[in-house]
Design a protein around this ligand. Sequence first.
Ligand SMILES: NC(=O)C1=CN([C@@H]2O[C@H](COP(=O)(O)OP(=O)(O)OC[C@H]3O[C@@H](n4cnc5c(N)ncnc54)[C@H](OP(=O)(O)O)[C@@H]3O)[C@@H](O)[C@H]2O)C=CC1
Ligand SMILES: O=C1O[C@H](COP(=O)(O)O)[C@@H](O)[C@H](O)[C@H]1O
Length: 597
Amino acid sequence: MATRLMTPPSSSSTNFSPSSSFNNEAKLFTRFISRSRKSCLSTWVSQIHSKMNAKKHFRLKSSNGHPLNAVSLHYGLDGKPIAKENIESPGKERQSILISEAEKGESTLSITVVGASGDLAKKKIFPALFALFYEDCLPENFTVFGYARTKLTDEELRNMISKTLTCRIDKRENCEDKMDQFLKRCFYQAGQYNSEEHFSELDKKLKEKEDGKLSNRLFYLSVPPNIFVDVVRCASCSAASANGWTRVIVEKPFGRDSESSGELTRCLKQYLNEDQIFRIDHYLGKELVENLSVLRFSNLVFEPLWSRNYIRNVQLIFSEDFGTEGRGGYFDNYGIIRDIMQNHLLQILALFAMETPVSLDAEDIRNEKVKVLRSMKPLQLEDVIVGQYKGHSKGGRSYPAYTDDPMVPNDSLTPTFAAAALFINNARWDGIPFLMKAGKALHTKRAEIRVQFRHVPGNLYKRNFGTDLDKATNELVLRVQPDEAIYLKINNKVPGLGMRLDRSDLNLLYRARYRKEIPDAYERLLLDAIEGERRLFIRSDELDAAWALFTPLLKELEEKKIVPELYPYGSRGPVGAHYLAAKHNVRWGDLGNEMYE
Ligand SMILES: NC(=O)C1=CN([C@@H]2O[C@H](COP(=O)(O)OP(=O)(O)OC[C@H]3O[C@@H](n4cnc5c(N)ncnc54)[C@H](OP(=O)(O)O)[C@@H]3O)[C@@H](O)[C@H]2O)C=CC1
Ligand SMILES: O=C1O[C@H](COP(=O)(O)O)[C@@H](O)[C@H](O)[C@H]1O
C-alpha cells in the first residue's frame, strides 16, 4: 500500500563508504534513498533489493558527522524496511545492517499527538495525518494515538477528530471509506503530561498495537511550551521505542528569548539527541516557501539579479484579518515579534538571502541559513515600530480591541503589529533593507515576499513615468497565501500607434496553472519528520542565531515599556510603518497598485 520511500534520519546526508566491491550497490542505494520523494519504481527497487541482500554490511558515514538517533530504518517503495542503521552512542561509527527478509514488513509507525484535545491538533495535525493516509503516504502498519489530560474514549476521540477531516476537492472518491479506515487506526490515552507512570501506560498500549514488530515512534508536542520538557522527559523515559527510532516534533514557541530558548534546548537535550528533535516552523512547509529555492537556484534569470546590485529592497509581509481571538492568553506573553517575525518571516528571509548551498542536503541548507542569520545586524529600537489594535465599529458591526480579550490585561503593551528594517552585513546584501511587517486584525489576510528592483539606469522611457521612478520599478512578488502566485511586474507598451507605457504582471497563478489542491504545510512537515528529513526543521544553532537578532530589541521594548501605536481593527495598521519604510527610501508594495497604476 505505501508507495513512498521512507528515509531514515540524515538519509539524504548519508554517504556510503563501502569497501570497493560494494561501490555500485552503494551508488544505487544512495540514489535510491535520494529519490525518496518519487513515486513507485518497484521494478527498479526490487533489483536493488536483490543486489543488496546479496551483501551483508555497508559502512555508513554521514556527510555532516551528526549521529543518528537509535536505530532507524531504510524503507523500500513497498513501505517495508530494507536496512537499518544502528547508532550505539554518539561518535561511534554507524553500521547499516541489511534486514533479513523475515524482518521486512515487520515494522510499525506510531504517531502520538500530545495535547490531542487542543486547537492545533484538531485543526491541523489530525487532518494532515488523514491527508497523508489518504494519499497512501503512511506505512502499512501505523497507529495514531491522542494523548491529553481530558478523559476521552477511543470513540470520543474519533468522533472529535472526524469533524475536522476533509478530503481534497480533487479526490473525493472513497472519502467516507478512507475516513473510517483512518479513524479505526486512531486511539486515545488520557494522562498527565508529567507522569512517567501515565506514559508507561501509553507505552503498554503502543506495544499492544505494535505487536512485537520493530517500532518507530513519533511524538508531536501540541501543548503549551511550559509543558514541553515534562512531556519529553516522560516520553523518552517511559515510552521511547526500544528497537526503532523515536522522534519528537516540537511546536513553537521555542522560548521567549536567547536565554529561555537556550535553556529549553539544553533541557530537551538531556533526553534527546539533536537529530531526534524536529522544531517545526510551519511556514517552511508552505508551497511557495519551498518554491523559493527552486525559483532562485534553478532559473538562470533570477540568480544573477539576486543581490544588492539589482535589488533595492525586500519586503516580507504577513497580515491577518482577525485578532487573537481565543489565543489571547498565549499571545500576550509573546506578541507579534515572537509569534511571526522571529520565526516565520525570518526563516523566509534566510532562505531568500542565503548563498547557494553545497547540496540539497538538510545540513548544507541549514548551514547556509545560519551563515546569513549570523551576518545580520541585531535589531535596535530605531529599526522597529510597534502597534496594537483598538476597537472599531464599521457597517453597524463592532470589532473588539486587543485588550478586550478576557485573557489580556487592560494595560497590556504587547504588540499585535510590528514593522522592522533588517540588514545583512555581507557582500551580497550590504545596505539593502529587508523590511518585515506583521500584524493581526488588519484589513486583509495575506503573506507575501516582495522584491523591488532598482530603477533602470538612464531609462530611455523615463519621461513616460513622470517624476516618480518608483512607478517603473520591477517588482517580483511571491504570494505565499492566499491564492498562491508568483508574479513579476514589468513595463510594457500599450498596443496602439502611440507610445504609452503600462505596468503588467507576468503571472504564475497556481490555481490556473495546476489543478491539484496544494497540500497543507503540516502534511509536508509530518511526512518529512516520519522520513527523517530535517531540511525544513530548525536546527538549534539556527534558533540561537535567530534569537540573537531579536533578543536585545525585545528586552529594550519591555524594559522601556514602549507604548504601541494604536490602529483600528480592520485597518492597514499604524502609520508609523510608512515612516519606517520611508526612512529607508522604501514604499510598501502592498499598499495597493492604485498608487502606481
Ligand atoms: N493553535 C494554533 O493555531 C497554533 C499553535 N501553535 C503551538 O502549538 C501548541 C499547541 O497549540 P494549541 O493546540 O493552540 O494549544 P491549546 O491551548 O489548545 O493546548 C493544547 C492542549 O494542551 C493542554 N493544555 C492547555 N493548557 C494547559 C496547561 N496550562 N497545562 C497543561 N495542559 C494544558 C490541553 O489539553 P488537556 O487539558 O486535555 O490536557 C489542550 O487541549 C502550542 O505550543 C502553540 O503555541 C503553533 C502555531 C499555531
Ligand atoms: O504560528 C502561527 O501562525 C498562525 C498563522 O498561520 P497560517 O498558516 O494560518 O498563516 C498565526 O495565526 C498564529 O498566531 C501563529 O502562532
